[in-house]
Design a protein around this ligand. Sequence first.
Ligand code: BGC
Length: 428
Amino acid sequence: MNKLSRLALVVSFASLFPLSAMAADSKGSVEVVHWWTSGGEKAAVDVLKAQVEKDGFTWKDGAVAGGGGSTAMTVLKSRAVAGNPPGVAQIKGPDIQEWASTGLLDTDVLKDVAKSEKWDSLLDKKVSDTVKYDGDYVAVPVNIHRVNWLWINPEVFKKAGITKNPTTLEEFYAAGDKLKAAGFIPLAHGGQPWQDSTVFEAVVLSVMGVDGYKKALVDLDNAALTGPEMVKALTELKKVATYMDADGKGQDWNLEAAKVINGKAGMQIMGDWAKSEWTAAKKVAGKDYECVAFPGTDKAFTYNIDSLAVFKQKDAGTAAGQQDIAKVVLGENFQKVFSINKGSIPVRNDMLNNMEQLGFDSCAQTAAKDFLADAKSGGLQPSMAHNMATTLAVQGAFFDVVTNYINDPKADPADTAKKLGAAVKSSK
Ligand code: BGC
């Protein structure tokens, strides 16, 4: 089936289930579009669904498979064009502003909840600014993910004779060589564009440092995008790619995570939603697996905030459901249970300062400590690969150039840096 007819099928299925189709005693029905479909992600979103249903609302699950969310965003756009947007959708970063500027997001429905639940004082300004449009909340932030992590199976490292977790790119390559020699997949990696760019931005951060990362991937400065530092980053990226799973082309991130969990691979470069798979497999952080900052990036935190945006709806029951979701999401209990399942950390400032007492594991404690420290030092930077730094159009330009570069054996880093500059410029 081609892409277009698949999309049409999704849209026509959606119209088979109008919002009014709900149990007679329901207070209202809300459809939630999201892309949390791996085992660990589903366990996390089920916590929200269960609470919303307990509160008397009908949860219509609008899950769209596809890591990183590009497929979900395509479906959302076609739904909006067809005049049938869901009540709630997972949207991130600058795209929240873009959606709000179309007039489709509701600027009123969250006002009372935000005021009575004191969101302004619960949230860091960086977080609340992301989910506000012209001063009004149009989305509720759910959690914070750190993207620049390296996941390690220590048992595999031991078998390969590696005695130290890598902290530099040289040590990373040395570990990769030992893993290869011992017959393991050095780096579990699914060759989908968003995964390629997740690795690319980690390498850029490692090679160019926080300032270089910010100039190139956040400020989209042409000199930084095309300069010698970027050429160096691209050269290192090609080397990192030599350790990637040979069977990983087009593979989902969670299937690659499973290879590290099952002891077939030694490492994975992935945001901390990868931890949700380890948790679902009943593995313990610091014992069965290690989370370390990607080599050379321990003083930085590339952040990725999951948010649920609210679309204007005519039905009062749906509006009440949107408010219920928003209230539940920022509640302390949900923030804890969801993030423990999801691998993330809470968005609430009071909780970020109290992670050990709240029962979070060592990876989450490190993430929260680093988030707070890096917010002060400037090391806290939005992730490009996860829609936090740019719009989807600019992100798409990065994805194309990076994935072509990784897959083209003849690609030249200097030419690629030029292409990157040109592609970003024309997508702005
Ligand atoms: C989202 C996560 C999700 C991951 C994999 C990221 O962009 O922020 O919530 O788990 O993609 O799909």
